[in-house]
Ligand binder design. Structure first.
Ligand code: NAI
Length: 340
């Protein structure tokens, strides 16, 4: 029986990279039955009334898993964010973003291998903003003990299950004593009570940025609230070759949505030049997650085939423009298929 997965193409480069990722995953022999559902501007274009249609949410809840392209969020005006709403509505509380140096991708750093675990449901992304009076606006940062403990537990569990040695908390608790203070306190308590075998340290976020660009190899698992995790994800993507090589997952108790860190890249949308690798790598994360959560080893084998193919393609220079190559989006997908 094929496994049902929701495919959300998204906006901008989304449909291009989603088609490429689907082709690669199918060619790897993962037995998946894809159902396309829309979100973002693409939903309105498809005749839906909402940017995040209920039918899309319902099907993700039913299947428990989706592969998602990026959705556009206008700056400064309009709807809050389809992505933020999706994560919050489905309670996908843990964003997992592995950042790894890869042979064949030239960067300033070597040997980077870290994972950002970002709290995905609250902080400033709670979206509670008010215009108090003309010229004065506020944005409220939300932290709850429940969410702080839950994400801390996820990060330490992730570290232990994958043989990682240390969790570093990035925060600004010196200024935001109640919200970030709670985040740090919960991390300390969870560490002491349940994960004393895992190393633990704390960095104030501004100093963390400086240390990260000085030597990213000093970090292992990074635990951060929503905003810091978001910004740090793009910063770290830049350390290993850019947004074209940075995958991600949004994990909850009842399901998961896998998506690249990058956005809809309007500057290159429709040109067939976007790098689909980040979404392909998100697909590999999805296959490994399916293997673990559904007890189906063939997904892990398919994931290994894809990983072997892109490791080879990168070393051989069969890459897209952002990595210094000449291949288009689907040409790169074909290059991976040819190497499986
Ligand atoms: P972006 O990630 O879309 O683009 C930043 C830069 O990276 C651009 O120069 C773009 O061409 C390049 N880039 C991104 N992905 C690439 C790929 N796969 N291959 C080659 N080059 C790539 O970030 P930006 O411009 O800040 O956001 C554009 C839109 O995407 C906004 O509406 C934003 O809200 C949305 N967005 C959506 C996300 C999601 O759906 N999860 C995540 C981040 C942004």
């Amino acid at each position: 029986m094929p496994t049902n997965v929701v495919l959300i193409p998204g906006d901008g480069i989304g449909p291009e990279v989603a088609e490429a990722a689907q082709r690669v995953i199918d060619a790897a022999g993962a037995d998946i039955s894809w159902t396309v559902r829309h979100a973002g501007e693409a939903a309105i274009a498809a005749g839906e009334k909402q940017l995040l249609p209920q039918s899309t949410l319902d099907l993700i809840e039913e299947y428990g898993v989706a592969l998602k392209g990026p959705c556009t969020t206008p700056v400064g005006t309009g709807f809050r964010s389809v992505n933020v709403l999706l994560r919050k509505t489905l309670d996908l509380y843990a964003a997992v973003r592995p950042i790894r140096s890869m042979a064949g991708v030239e960067t300033r750093y070597q040997g980077v291998d870290l994972v950002i675990i970002r709290e995905n449901t609250e902080g400033l992304y709670a979206g509670i903003e008010n215009e108090i009076t003309r010229g004065v606006a506020t944005s409220i940062k939300v932290a709850t003990e429940h969410a702080c403990r839950r994400i801390a537990d996820y990060a330490f569990r992730y570290a232990r299950e994958r043989g990682r040695s240390k969790v570093s908390v990035f925060h600004k608790a010196n200024i935001m004593k109640l919200t970030d203070g709670m985040f740090v306190r919960c991390a300390r308590e969870v560490h002491e009570a349940r994960y004393p075998d895992i190393g633990y340290d704390e960095y104030i976020i501004d100093a963390a940025c400086m240390r990260m660009v000085q030597d990213p190899t000093r970090f292992d698992v990074i635990l951060a609230e929503n905003l810091y995790g978001d910004i740090m994800s793009d910063l770290c993507a830049g350390l290993v070759g850019g947004l074209g090589v940075t995958p991600g997952a949004n994990i909850g108790e009842k399901g998961a949505v896998f998506e690249a860190v990058h956005g809809s890249a309007p500057d290159i949308a429709g040109k067939g030049v976007a790098n689909p690798l980040a979404l392909v790598m998100s697909g590999v994360m999805m296959l490994n997650w399916l293997s673990a959560s559904r007890g189906a080893p063939h997904f892990r084998e398919a994931a290994a085939r894809i990983r072997g193919a892109y490791d080879r393609a990168l070393v051989e220079g069969a890459v897209t423009r952002d990595l210094g190559g000449t291949l288009g989006t689907m040409e790169f997908a074909d290059a991976l298929v040819a190497r499986m």
